[in-house]
Design a protein around this ligand. Structure first.
Ligand SMILES: Nc1nc2c(c(=O)[nH]1)N[C@H]1C(S)=C(S)[C@@H](COP(=O)(O)O)O[C@H]1N2
Ligand SMILES: [Mo]
Length: 323
């Protein structure tokens, strides 16, 4: 049961984290219900473990206890994030910490499932067990629905989170929009008047970009758990690369950060120089950043210095950018 639930949680968690299109809502809901199922199971599990492991002083019982604490911490952080009751402290957002503790607990889960003598018995698949499983998932579903209802009735911030599970921050108010760097990336210092941008091998001036830019509304949805809608002043890549005949588009930052996007995305990709009629702030990618409408935050490359057609397929890259 634990192994199955964890597999579902990892898969749906990754999906809702990485995908920015509508159907990931389903993954987010399944993720919530599966997480709450573990919580419903916890009291039973703890009783059983205490009777067997602790009374008999079985080896590794402290590791099991640590795993239990990590699982409960992960679920509590997930609920805090989803409800919007607590966002975390600074860089340590509730969601990010949730992901971190979950990933750290995976080796322990693996150890727990492989080292327990709980061999699958024939009875594991009988009707009673199936009904028991259905009851647990049902209870978790009811808990999930109740939580959603409470969020709405009490108008808690979690009530209007996006289908990805992210909370709205500073829409149409760029000054309030957070700035996020991935791991070790830092804000480059090159002044805007010395900025060099190359599109398909040709240098293009920022003035030219500014003259072509049109407002386009798009949601920046960070995997840290927040989203923000802005009216970006951007130029469609489809306009800058009219005869694009490549598999992908490589968008590179002055910092070494880069993303390879499928060429078919070109109509939804923009080079943005401003938002809400004002120039971008440095932290938000000034003088020029990518707006990847419909995609999650990590694709929105900041401080762009090059946009190059490429014949490497977009999936031939590390799933998370390294700089
Ligand atoms: N060069 C560069 N671009 C980047 C990042 C980065 O670390 N370096 N972080 C990405 C991530 S994860 C997000 S969510 C958005 C955040 O944009 P913001 O700082 O304007 O809110 O930028 C993306 N673009
Ligand atoms: Mo992000």
């Amino acid at each position: 049961m634990l192994a199955g639930a964890v597999a579902v949680l990892v898969a749906t968690g990754l999906l809702s984290w990485a995908v920015g299109t509508g159907w990931s809502r389903l993954a987010t809901v399944v993720h919530g219900v599966a997480g709450l199922s573990l919580l419903v199971l916890a009291p039973l599990k703890i009783r059983g473990s205490v009777q067997h492991g602790f009374r008999r002083r079985r080896q590794g019982r402290w590791l099991s206890a640590l795993l239990g604490v990590m699982i409960v911490t992960t679920i509590v952080l997930g609920v805090l994030h989803a409800s919007g009751l607590w966002y975390g402290v600074g860089e340590w957002s509730a969601l990010w910490t949730h992901v971190l503790v979950a990933v750290l607990s995976l080796p322990l889960v693996l150890w727990h499932v492989t080292s327990r003598p709980a061999r699958p018995r024939r009875t594991d698949l009988d009707r009673r067990t199936l009904l028991g499983g259905a009851a647990v998932v049902g209870a978790a579903g009811v808990a999930y629905a109740t939580m959603e209802a409470v969020l709405r009735v009490a108008s808690l911030p979690g009530a209007d989170r996006r289908f990805t599970g992210s909370h709205e921050v500073g829409s149409f108010d760029p000054a309030r929009m957070p700035t996020v760097q991935w791991f070790d990336d830092s804000v480059p210092e090159t002044p805007a008047d010395e900025w060099e941008l190359v599109v398909a091998g040709e240098p293009i001036s920022l003035d030219r970009l500014r003259s072509l830019a049109r407002p386009v509304e798009a949601d920046l949805d960070c995997t840290g758990g927040w989203w923000s809608r802005q009216a970006w002043d951007g130029v469609a890549l489809a306009e800058l690369l009219p005869d694009l005949d490549a598999r992908s588009i490589d968008v590179r930052s002055a910092t070494g950060y880069s993303r390879l996007l499928p060429a078919g995305d070109a109509p939804h990709l923009y080079l943005a120089v401003g938002y809400g009629g004002e120039p971008l702030r440095r932290g938000h990618g000034a003088p020029v950043r990518l707006v990847a409408a419909g995609r999650r935050g990590p694709w929105w490359v900041k401080w762009v210095t090059a946009v190059e057609p490429s014949d490497r397929p977009w999936w031939l890259q590390f799933p998370f950018p390294l700089t």
